[in-house]
Design a protein around this ligand. Structure first.
Ligand code: CA
Ligand code: CA
Length: 363
């Protein structure tokens, strides 16, 4: 009798374990999630004093710009941005908003102005790849690499020699499912290079944890890019004795780095994402929990809703953070994704606003 009860209980446990396994793992869109470690600076940041400087921004193009994720400013001070409704728009110095070129879709991200062909705008369409836009129209420069589709083109920069460097943040999850990549926290991304002389695209660096913003150093000796899930930026030498070498540029950032932009003095501005609400960072240590969260879009939204906005200015050699501007509670500038310095002002792109923020810097 006791033996039968024991067998029955054991069968029950095995059955429950099997059902749990089926429910938790087999149905989940993520595979073998890794632990996403929040560095002490990201955890302790919640307790340090906020300056709320980002709440002082002037709003440019308000109502005209739907989620301007990245921005570029030309030498005349005209702001160029790609918006969620598929437009490349320009904000002129008199404040007017111009619908410049229509691309379509809902996945335009990183943008940069060509320096080798004036008038060309290079833009990442997460779904279509790397695009060139000018008065003549839209050209797809790169939609695949080595036969594999570029599925999450994120940010782009052009070097003076014409080579174009851009990120493919995840080969597994697209822009609209980016938070699944956060939960999986695996090295699904890569940095690509487009060579205009051959029109070929090659993989420069593979196996990266959500490579996001890309920038070049002032002397163009190295490429620096964000690795968002690692709370760090890496640096890849393009020239000199270290050519081909990959190093840490800055780590232990107090948020997941998004777009990074070179400042006129050679330092860099980086937008930082909180990735998850304060106090819930532990979730990213539990793979089983991540399997469950990944299955329910509403749960995913809850865990990605970090209401803190921050940008940092980092020294040219990445040794330390010089300045930090933030917005506790993200009251004015939610979901900041891109800071660009021009003429003693910081221009701020965001996935959570309908304007570009402009903040006066006291240099
Ligand atoms: Ca950019
Ligand atoms: Ca980005």
């Amino acid at each position: 009798m006791i033996r039968n009860c024991y067998l029955l209980a054991l069968t029950g446990v095995v059955l429950v374990a099997f059902l749990l396994q089926t429910f938790l793992i087999s149905n989940s869109p993520i595979d073998y999630p890794q632990v996403l470690e929040f560095p002490p600076s990201a955890l302790s940041h919640a307790d340090v004093p906020w300056n709320n400087d980002l709440q002082r921004v002037i709003k440019l193009g308000q109502g005209c710009l739907k989620q301007p994720e990245d921005i570029a400013v030309d030498k005349e001070g005209v702001v160029c941005t790609a918006t969620r409704d598929g437009w490349i728009k320009k904000i002129h110095t008199n404040g007017t908003c111009e619908d410049w070129k229509f691309i379509g879709g809902g996945s335009l991200l990183g943008i940069t102005l060509s320096i080798t062909n004036e008038g060309d705008v290079l833009v990442c369409d997460a779904e279509k790849g790397l695009l060139k836009v000018n008065e003549k129209g839209v050209t797809v420069l790169a939609a695949e690499v080595n036969g594999s589709k570029i599925s999450f083109a994120d940010d782009v920069i052009e070097a003076t020699d014409g080579n174009i460097y851009f990120s493919d943040a995840s080969t597994k999850f697209g822009f609209h499912n980016w938070y699944l990549d956060t939960l999986e926290a695996r090295p699904n991304g890569r940095i690509l290079k487009y060579d205009p002389s051959t029109t070929k695209t090659t993989i420069l660096i593979d196996g990266l944890y959500f490579p996001n913003g890309v920038a070049l150093s002032k002397d163009q000796q190295f490429l620096v890019f964000s690795e968002t899930w690692k709370f760090r930026c890496l640096k890849y030498w393009l020239k000199g004795a270290n050519k081909g070498k990959l190093e840490v540029f800055i780590d232990n950032l107090p948020g997941g780095p998004d777009n990074i932009n070179l400042a006129p003095d050679g330092s860099f501005w980086i937008a930082l994402l909180p990735l998850t609400p304060k106090g819930l960072e532990f979730v990213h240590k539990w793979p089983m929990l991540k399997y469950v969260i990944a299955q329910f879009p509403r749960l995913r939204d809850f865990f990605r809703d970090g209401k803190r906005s921050m940008v940092v200015n980092v020294e040219a050699d990445g040794k330390k953070i010089i300045r930090k501007f933030d917005d506790e509670g993200a009251k004015v500038m939610p979901f900041i994704t891109s800071p660009v310095e021009f003429d003693d002002h910081l221009y701020l792109g965001s996935l959570g606003t309908n304007f570009v923020g402009k903040l006066r810097l006291n240099n």
